[in-house]
Design a protein. Structure first.
Length: 312
């Protein structure tokens, strides 16, 4: 089913598994997707920042996308199609939809500076990929260096009917969520789904401000599923208690350039992927960093049994 503005829940950003020699580990894609399904995610997002998309060639990107879609077995899959040029973006977007993607995600290039440039870029992007593909704005200024005000996001949404989702990763960004939801309530902005990133670092309050769920790569997607479910069910204290238990590891994962290595390390420990290997260029965990992550996992296990044995 194609994406629409009613999407809720958790769409984890799936890593691209690699063998130690840099080859794509297609077998791990099956195991990873089965893990996601088991813990109750709503859908998947592939070829995001965590997916090491820039390290894949065009053929590999489509192969990875196709394998995830087949293994997802009906779960909707969003595909990151951001590219320096519109020709490459269109090619991947159209190909992804042809193999069963539910929609695509588009990030702005870091050359955009003015509001007019940002709005104009997304208008051109939609023209390039086609006005029949539902898509999400990726609003991640810490990574892309593009500042989208709430007003700019509102304009993009209203100008482009196929924009059905905002991938919210602004920081601080709680007031932005509140502003967008207020305009939606007033009828001055079309309804959109808001899924949040930043490793889930602010998910506890983002859901209370009106976010519909999470789209991030934290190594415990089952915790994200639980927090979103608890908040939707009114179990505020229980949601915060669970979230707070994970906060030290969430914080550690947010270190610039090191987060992917931490996440893959924990995912490999959990059996989600066979190896924590990254394709070059890559940042590796030092012996000291691995020991610190293991320590955080051992402390987490006191509050969440899903971490039991991982810090050994």
């Amino acid at each position: 089913m194609p994406l629409d503005h009613t999407v809720t829940g958790v769409y984890p950003i799936a890593p691209t598994p690699f063998h130690e020699d840099g080859r794509i580990d297609f077998e791990s894609i099956g195991g990873l997707t089965a893990f996601y399904r088991k813990v109750g995610v709503t859908g998947l997002t592939v070829l995001g920042v965590l997916g090491e998309a820039p390290k894949l060639d065009d053929k590999e990107a489509l192969e990875v996308t196709s394998r995830f879609i087949r293994c997802a077995d009906g779960l909707p899959v969003i595909v990151g199609v951001s590219a320096p040029g519109f020709a490459a973006m269109r090619a991947l977007a159209r190909a992804a939809m042809d193999v069963g993607a539910a929609g695509v995600m588009i990030a702005p290039p870091n050359t955009l500076r003015t509001d007019e440039q940002i709005v104009g870029y997304y208008r051109q992007a939609v023209k390039a990929i086609g006005d029949d593909i539902p898509w999400a704005i990726q609003d991640y200024p810490l990574n892309f260096s593009v500042i989208m005000t709430p007003e700019v996001v509102c304009t993009i949404v209203n100008d482009n009917p196929t924009c059905v989702m905002v991938k919210h990763e602004d920081w601080p960004g709680l007031e932005k969520i509140s502003a967008l939801r207020a305009w939606q309530s007033e009828g001055t902005m079309r309804p959109v789904s808001i899924l949040c990133g930043n490793g889930g670092l602010f998910l506890d309050f983002e859901t209370e401000r009106g976010a519909n769920g999470a789209m991030t790569g934290y190594a415990f997607p089952d915790m994200l599923v639980d927090v979103v479910r608890m908040q939707a069910g009114g179990a505020r204290d229980a949601a915060h208690d669970l979230f707070d238990a994970h906060l030290p590891l969430l914080r550690y994962e947010q270190q610039p350039r090191l987060g992917l290595a931490v996440r893959k390390y924990v995912m490999a420990k959990r059996g989600m992927i066979a190896s924590d290997a990254q394709r070059e260029p890559a940042t590796r965990l030092s012996t000291a960093a691995r020991a610190e992550v293991d320590y955080l996992l051992s402390r987490l296990a006191r509050k969440d049994r899903r971490a039991a044995g991982l810090g050994d």
